[in-house]
Write a protein that binds this ligand. Structure first.
Ligand code: MG
Length: 455
């Protein structure tokens, strides 16, 4: 599916992000609030993750919203998907203060539309226009908005996920949850408990200094989790990024499950139960397409970025297509019968359901998936456009997918080359059926690219 990426000045694919006090100041947050309040009227929900800068930034955003006549409901500290769920259910829009997986010194703002999805490109450009060239005026005294605090609303999100599954389906399953001191401290243990699981937590106290591990749930950062899974005899471990829209897993043997394989496992289970289309970016490993097709389902590819996945899922469903699942190969998965955004709590719950339904161990299920070998690389260069043009010409005899960058498709492998929109780098991903084949494909492409970038 071809769709255009717009060049935004402030907002990236996941909202505004930056170092607090340098790129992201309370003044900017106030302007974002005023701009949003000018574009969207009604009752706006706000929330934040556990970062130390969250309180000052959320207050600034709220002030801008109130001044431009919106009513504000402050949902307190909660995961991004929890706020998105609440907005979809009962608000006219929202703003989430989070920097997701970035280190503690970062923070950001994500704008959420009334349907619970992140604001799309065209609307974000309008918002940026208002931020860079402010033309709003504060409402007069009788129209200034009112604020309500509603931290208890988080329970609605927890209950929605628990009730999505058969009662007590997790009974007898023991799970270690590592929310990484983030907002999922308030949700994922409660969700899994509600499903009947026995839950142990690690880094389970909210703390914006992230004393246990960084917000990115990397294999290195999850060594303590892996140890606790093995020593406690748990069925698996689950960890979230800083705003819990992603979930990654450790199997019962203490091994990190590569996120494309996590995606493939949940896709396999979903496609086994219902038939339809799965939506994912062109950067996702072929292991997902293989299991999807094996179950008689179809796959649709989008540009890289969860917003493109979510919006493609929505537009396909509006046209009458049956879309059953979507997500990215980074642990960010979208369950359309729940909501149209990545949801780490729902992903953790789904893993419990899969183990309960199959009666198998997680390592057995993952080992049964087709084996793939992925190489990710990047090159610093300002000649990104030239590289892509040259690849298009040189590989024109092969099967190409130009959804995002240049993807060269071969029988059992593919390579994707993309130029970053914000930095002078190009990213290269190779996905093949063996380490040997991915290395050969990688070397061939690097030869070609280096001739252009160093020539
Ligand atoms: Mg995130």
């Amino acid at each position: 599916m071809q769709s255009t990426k717009f060049q935004k000045r402030l907002f990236g694919t996941n909202g505004v992000r930056g170092i607090v006090g340098k790129d992201l100041t309370p003044n900017l947050a106030l302007t974002i609030g005023e701009a949003l309040g000018t574009m969207r009227k009604g009752c706006i929900a706000v929330g934040r993750d556990t970062r130390t800068s969250g309180e000052t930034l959320v207050k600034a955003v709220k002030s801008g919203l109130l001044a431009t006549g919106c009513n504000v409901v402050d949902c307190g500290i909660l995961p991004t998907p929890a706020l998105q769920y609440l907005i979809k259910e009962q608000f006219d829009g929202g703003a989430m203060i989070t920097a997701s997986h970035n280190p503690p010194e970062y923070n950001g703002v994500k704008i959420i539309e009334a349907d619970g999805t992140e604001m799309g490109d065209e609307e974000t450009l309008r918002l940026e226009q208002l931020i860079f060239e402010p033309s709003f005026s504060p409402e007069s005294w009788e129209y200034i908005g009112q604020e309500t605090n509603a931290p208890y609303l988080i329970t609605k999100y927890i209950q929605a996920i628990v009730h999505h599954f058969p009662e007590n389906v997790g009974s007898g399953i023991s799970v270690v949850v590592d929310p990484g001191s983030g907002p999922a401290c308030l949700t994922t243990p409660q969700i899994l408990n509600g499903m009947g699981c026995t839950v142990l937590t690690l880094n389970g106290v909210m703390d914006g200094t992230f004393p246990g591990r960084l917000p990115e749930p990397s294999p290195e950062g999850l060594k303590d989790l892996a140890e606790l899974v093995v020593s406690s005899g748990a069925a698996f471990g689950v960890a979230h990024d800083g705003d819990a829209d992603r979930a990654v897993f450790i199997d019962e043997k203490g091994r990190f499950i590569e996120e494309n394989r996590e995606f493939a496992l949940i896709a396999q289970h979903t496609c086994h139960q219902k038939k339809g289309t799965l939506v994912t970016p062109v950067s996702t490993s072929l292991v997902v397409e293989m299991v999807v097709k094996n179950e008689g389902c179809t796959i649709t590819y989008t540009p890289v970025g969860s917003i493109y996945v979510a919006r493609t899922m929505r537009s396909m469903m509006e046209k009458g297509d049956k879309v059953i699942f979507g997500g990215e190969g980074n642990g960010g998965l979208i369950f359309p019968d729940h909501q149209f955004c990545r949801d780490g709590g729902m992903t953790a719950a789904m893993m419990v359901f899969i183990l309960a339904s199959t009666g198998q161990q997680l390592s057995t299920l993952v080992n049964a998936l087709p084996r793939r070998s992925m190489i990710k690389d990047k090159i610093s260069t300002s000649r990104g456009t030239q590289v892509l043009e040259s690849l298009k010409k040189s590989y024109s005899q092969e099967s190409l997918d130009l959804t995002d960058g240049v993807k060269i498709l071969r029988k059992d492998s593919w390579a994707l080359v993309r130029a970053s929109g914000t930095e002078p780098i190009i990213r290269i991903i190779i996905d093949a059926d063996s380490d040997h084949h991915s290395q050969i494909f990688h070397d061939e492409l690097m030869d070609h690219i280096l001739k252009i970038t160093t020539g």
